[in-house]
Design a protein around this ligand. Structure first.
Ligand code: C2E
Ligand code: CA
Ligand code: CA
Length: 953
């Protein structure tokens, strides 16, 4: 560069430095110091330093000042570093000026600062250890091309960013008079980069950059002075006017006498404090701005008037409005518009506002009175929100007055984070009121609401620590967030449950989850608590369950089942096993129950109670049931093809199936596909259906009956259905729940209950099967009272399909011949608990006539007699007639004359409905009998009773 021009260049820069320092001096005079002002001043200083360095470097490079290479390189390095710092300070200035999140967010701030520091360190290291990389020997431009790029990288990228946001703001604020404010800000980075670029790249000798920058700062300073005057009347956050303007405006319209064309609106944001507390002030400011923008859009557009921020969370507007109707419409539009802006600004939730408006009177009244009137209108609306309007009532539950789930979802996350920072890990407790549904049924919704209020009051009384957050979560669920220790929470929960239990058939259950760190999703924490609570099930003794490994194991299994079920089904890992059902009368196997078994290649056998319930809940159980049904039919078909007897098999069908598919036609499709007659298939459904879906069940039973299936009621007595509602359903068989046998002893109540069930069922024409038979005395008892069928480990556990086929191959007379089933069933209809010699109709009406009747059921096969049944009473009679201690069978066998006598009587009553009487007297034996024919099929069966003097006709 020419020496004189270089000199002029440097002097110009020094001149600019002086100008800027002067500016700085007067800027420092401004007393109202805030952050943006601070960054403005810092930027001024750095800008001055930069220009000074640049000027000096020019002088050094051109040897106008005594210099050497090291000195030039040193100044160059300083220059590069200063420029990096300048980029940062400028960014911060603008960030504060227009309130970018960057200004308050520490993390963003660190990144913005880290970059210039990193590059500056890199510059320094290069200068020290690899100067060739950055300094070229070229006199004109002391930087290598690489370093020129690096030199400009930061200013260009930061400026581009600043330019972008300010230009965008200028654009969206172009209407409200704030556009030019942003435009001014946009200028600076534009100037910096454009002129800086021209200078560095084209090596002009003119200090264009310094002029431009100095000019800008001067301008900006003046502009700031001006706007700080204006700032007194414009709200910096929303760009709306402030209260001073409003006063003037209203005074004006009163003076002009046009006040009656105007309405005064008061708008107040709900819950600004909680938003500030939970999300921080930036979010709160955004919410305020969204409201301001919305008001500006709606009220000011097309209406004559003024909108201002009155302070805090309150806005006032004086607008020409024709009538209340239009005013209402404007309020509505404003609400919608707020929603719109909060979506654009990505607010956590749309701010809610309460509004009130009044028609301005013609005569002037004090502003304070006007405001009071508007305020009381607004207050009325706020009250209405609390009690009525659900949609408007955003964070509060109107029944209990507690915060609601919406509140919880919005605020609890940050609350958890905050507590986690202090190393606090609160408990999330989910409370559920049990018995709420029936309470509603009995006392109506009004009563239900009262109950909710009562329970919420209890909860509030017990959990009233400062940090406790209690919300009504859904229907009859409350969620509590509390920092009290677990033991205390347990104890309080117990206490509450005792209090609640004093209310009519109402209980409370709680699931407790201890939060881990602040990172958890709040909804997930409630889910955990719910999982724990679910584990309590219907156990009325248990009040709470704490989420822990057991709960987790249950849910892991649940996940396992849900994820793997369909594949397992497809892979054939789920199969039916078969447990025999014995006919008490003959001891032969009458049928088999198909029980699902899941054998996972990795996990091994999974028992049905670990997947049936889960599949029911997931509404997948019909897939299992139908597959089991299919495999059952397939097995029966294979037996038929192998020439084996076809086993009669009962299949379990879940009540859930009724709603998941058209179960009847699905079953029927499978059965016809395998061509199995329906008499080989029995359907078991759980007792619970009789109460949960009675009408549907009746319908399905009817359909299945039409198709020839028998329907068995499973687990009778395990739930709440009574013998009484049996008559409403057309079941063919009752499976008596194995629970009745639990405490089976000689004199136990179970005997009475089971006898009653069998007696009643016989009268109703329903067969009975008792499950879970594990010992001989249970079995003998059941046979004695006439329970037709038995199932249990005493006879056999369940066997695999292959085992079943093998068994069928060699079963012989262990298996009941299906052609004789009707014959035996007919015999089995006799009610040995009443006088069996009466006709069935009479037995049914001779209630209570019992049972010390000595009786036996005998079968006649040609001239042979065999005993199917005899009871204890008969045994006693025979012993009393002096037969020593020999068994009845022996006595019969050793007394051929008795057989002859019985055969004669059988011939007398065979095929007849009425019973006959006869007496026997020979060889020291002496008795009378009454005999009735029961059934014939190749053989014939008869029941007889022995009548002594007491049993005379
Ligand atoms: P359930 O229908 O009441 O079946 C009887 C259960 O009692 C079977 O258990 C059986 O193995 C067991 N058991 C049999 N004899 C005795 C005994 O003498 N003592 C004792 N303590 N238990 C005995 P399992 O196979 O574990 O089945 C449990 C339940 O799973 C079944 O109860 C049934 O409700 C359900 N289930 C099984 N397979 C299916 C199916 O294919 N579909 C549906 N929907 N449910 C099924
Ligand atoms: Ca069953
Ligand atoms: Ca059962």
């Amino acid at each position: 560069m020419q020496i004189t021009r270089a000199f002029a260049y440097a002097v110009s820069e020094y001149f600019c430095v002086i100008m800027i320092l002067l500016l700085l001096r007067s800027s420092l005079q401004i007393k109202r110091h805030n952050r943006q002002h601070y960054w403005f001043n810092v930027s001024l200083i750095i800008q001055a330093a930069y220009l000074f360095e640049d000027g000096t470097r020019t002088l050094l490079m051109n040897h106008i000042l005594p210099s050497n290479e090291i000195l030039v390189n040193f100044t160059s390095l300083c220059l590069a570093i200063t420029l990096n710092i300048l980029s940062y300070t400028t960014l911060m200035f603008v960030a504060y000026k227009i309130e970018l999140p960057l200004a308050e967010d520490k993390r963003q701030n660190r990144i913005a600062l880290g970059l210039p520091i990193a590059i500056s360190i890199f510059d320094l290291v290069c200068a020290l250890f690899a100067p060739n990389l950055i300094f070229s020997a070229n006199e004109i431009n002391a930087f290598t091309p690489f370093f020129s790029g690096l030199f400009l990288f930061l200013p260009i990228s930061y400026s581009a960013f600043v330019f972008g946001v300010t230009a965008y703001n200028a654009l969206i604020n172009r209407k409200n008079g704030l556009g030019h404010y942003y435009l001014v800000l946009t200028f600076y980075p534009a100037l910096m980069t454009v002129f800086g670029f021209i200078e560095v790249m084209l090596s002009t000798a003119l200090p264009l950059y310094s002029y431009a920058v100095t000019f800008y700062f001067t301008f900006n300073f003046l502009y700031q002075l001006n706007s700080s005057i204006k700032e007194a009347t414009i709200d910096s956050l929303t760009g709306l006017r402030n209260r001073e303007n409003l006063k003037e405006y209203i005074d004006d319209i009163w003076k002009e006498g046009v006040s009656d064309q105007y309405y005064l609106f008061m708008i107040d944001m709900n819950g600004l404090k909680s938003v500030n507390d939970v999300y921080g002030h930036v979010e709160g400011d955004h919410a305020i701005r969204a409201i301001g923008q919305a008001l500006d859009d709606v009220l000011q557009t097309g209406n004559d008037g003024i909108v201002c921020r009155y302070g805090g969370d309150e806005f006032l507007a004086v607008i020409t409005v024709t009538d209340d109707k239009q005013a209402d419409k404007l309020v509505q539009l404003t609400r919608e518009r707020i929603g719109h802006y909060s979506r654009i600004d990505q607010l956590q939730s749309a701010p809610q506002v309460a509004t009130g408006y009044i028609h301005l009177p013609k005569e002037k009244i004090p502003l304070a009175d006007l405001l009071k009137q508007a305020d009381s209108k607004m207050y009325a609306e706020k009250q209405a929100m609390k009690t009525g309007d659900r949609a408007a009532n955003f964070f509060t539950d109107e029944i209990t007055g507690l915060p609601n789930a919406n509140y919880f979802h919005n605020f609890a996350g940050n609350f958890l984070k905050k507590l986690a920072k202090n190393n606090q890990h609160p408990l999330v407790i989910l409370f559920n009121i049990s018995g709420m549904h029936s309470y509603n049924d009995r006392f109506g919704y009004q009563g239900g609401d009262d109950l909710l209020r009562t329970v919420s009051r209890f909860l509030r009384d017990f959990f009233n620590q400062e940090d406790d957050v209690l919300v009504r979560y859904t229907e009859d669920n409350f969620v509590l967030l509390t920092c009290i220790p677990l033991s205390e929470a347990k104890q309080k929960t117990k206490a509450i449950s005792e209090k609640v239990a004093s209310i009519d058939s109402i209980g409370i259950k709680a699931g407790i989850y201890q939060t881990q760190d602040g990172k958890e999703d709040v909804i997930a924490t409630v889910d955990m608590a719910r999982r724990a609570m679910r584990l309590i099930g219907s156990d009325r003794q248990r009040v709470y369950c704490v989420y822990g490994p057991e709960v987790q194991a249950v849910y892991n299994r649940r996940d396992f089942v849900l994820i793997n079920f369909k594949q397992a089904l497809a892979d054939g890992d789920i199969k039916p096993f078969f447990q025999p059902v014995i006919r008490s009368l003959t001891g032969q196997i009458r049928s088999f129950e198909a029980l699902a078994r899941w054998n996972d290649p990795k996990r091994g056998a999974i028992p049905p109670d670990q997947f049936i319930g889960i599949l029911e809940e997931a509404r997948l159980i019909h897939l299992l049931d139908l597959e089991i049904f299919r495999q059952v039919c397939q097995l029966q078909q294979s037996c038929q093809r192998m020439g084996l007897p076809i086993p009669v098999i009962s299949v379990n069908i879940s009540p859930v199936d009724f709603n998941s598919c058209d179960i009847v036609s699905e079953i029927e499709k499978i059965r016809t596909q395998y061509q199995i007659p329906s008499k080989y298939l029995k359907i078991e459904v759980l007792e619970s259906v009789t109460t949960s879906a009675p009408d549907q069940l009746k319908e399905i039973i009817a359909q299945l009956h039409d198709l020839g299936y028998e329907i068995w009621m499973d687990d009778f007595g395990s739930g709440y259905s009574s013998l009484n509602n049996l008559k409403d359903f057309d079941f063919d068989l009752l499976k008596i729940d194995m629970g009745f046998l639990e405490n089976f002893t000689e004199n136990s109540q179970s005997k009475i209950i089971i006898s009653e069930i069998v007696d009643m069922s016989k009268r109703l024409g329903i067969e009975t099967l008792c499950e879970g038979i594990e010992n001989r005395s249970q079995s003998d008892f059941l046979k004695e009272i006439g329970c037709q069928y038995q199932q249990g480990y005493l006879f056999a556990a369940s066997m695999q399909p292959d085992e079943l086929r093998q068994f069928l191959g060699k079963a012989g007379d262990q298996l009941e011949d299906i052609s004789l089933s009707d014959y035996y069933s007919q015999i089995d209809r006799v009610n040995v608990l009443s006088n069996p010699t009466h006709s069935l109709a009479e037995q049914n009406s001779s209630l209570g006539e019992n049972i010390d009747v000595p009786m036996a059921i005998v079968e006649k096969d040609g001239a042979n007699i065999s005993y199917l049944y005899f009871n204890h009473a008969l045994k006693r009679v025979l012993e009393a007639t002096g037969s020593n201690h020999r068994s009845l069978a022996e006595k019969i066998a050793q007394t051929p004359a008795v057989d002859k006598f019985l055969l004669e009587q059988m011939d007398r009553c065979q095929g007849k409905d009425r019973a006959i009487s006869a007496s026997y007297e020979a060889g020291g034996l002496e008795f009378k009998i009454r005999m009735r024919w029961l059934a014939s099929q190749a053989k014939s069966s008869f029941v007889y009773i022995v009548t002594s003097e007491h049993y005379q006709e």
